[in-house]
Design a binder for this molecule. Structure first.
Ligand code: GRF
Length: 201
């Protein structure tokens, strides 16, 4: 058994997909940490019976806030951290503490369209394929070793909202599975993120 924490900032649909998928597994989703008190993800956590935490970033530097995040992660004996719409760049304090064991989902085929508004950029592009990326978090923005990418055809007729729906559906079916694999590997003591990055392609 390995222990997972999710960090989110907003809606939390990926958090919910992870929670529902992990429920029948030996691994545990131990807590949700949000940087925004109004995040709907917190309401989802309460309904799911998963301890929700709010860590405010206002009025202090990111490292101070992350020290509080790390305290919560230690309290729950967390092995793996999943970012699911967490809208902040992590500092080396947190990245180094959980090196290779923080994963993120991004709604584009990285290295295309890192950062904000990735779906809108995919939608506005002339790319033939769009998709999602799950990767290990390093010190950059959406730049760590890629674990999995999933591609779908880019339909030029489709609205942005329709593409968003397809991207989110792809995220919800993909991200929990990748997280479970990472949890299995961490439990088996086999998780080495560079090896993973190759093996999971
Ligand atoms: C997802 O599209 C994810 O790829 C991105 O932020 C969004 C979060 O959505 N990083 P939700 O909060 O999980 O509904």
């Amino acid at each position: 058994m390995a222990n997972l924490a999710v960090l989110a900032s907003g809606n939390g649909s990926n958090f919910q997909a992870i929670a529902e998928r992990i429920a029948g597994e030996p691994h545990r989703l131990c807590c949700l940490i949000c940087d925004k008190a109004a995040a709907y993800a917190l309401e989802r956590a309460r309904r799911l019976g998963i301890p929700p935490y709010v860590v405010g970033y206002a009025g202090r530097n990111r490292q101070e806030a992350e020290e509080q995040v790390i305290q919560i992660l230690r309290r729950h004996d967390i092995d793996v951290v999943a970012l699911a719409g967490f809208m902040r760049l992590l500092t080396p304090l947190l990245v180094d503490e959980y090196e290779g064991r923080i994963v993120n989902i991004h709604p584009s085929l990285l290295p295309k369209y890192p950062g904000m508004n990735a779906i809108a950029q995919s939608h506005a592009s002339s790319d033939r394929e769009v998709g999602i990326t799950v990767h290990i978090v390093d010190h950059g923005m959406d730049s760590g070793p890629i674990l999995v990418q999933r591609r779908i055809e880019h339909n030029a007729e489709e609205s942005l909202e329709e593409l968003e729906q397809r991207i989110h559906a792809l995220e919800h079916s993909t991200y929990p599975e990748v997280i479970l694999r990472v949890l299995d590997e961490v439990e088996d003591g086999q998780h080495a993120y560079r090896q993973n990055a190759r093996r999971m392609q």
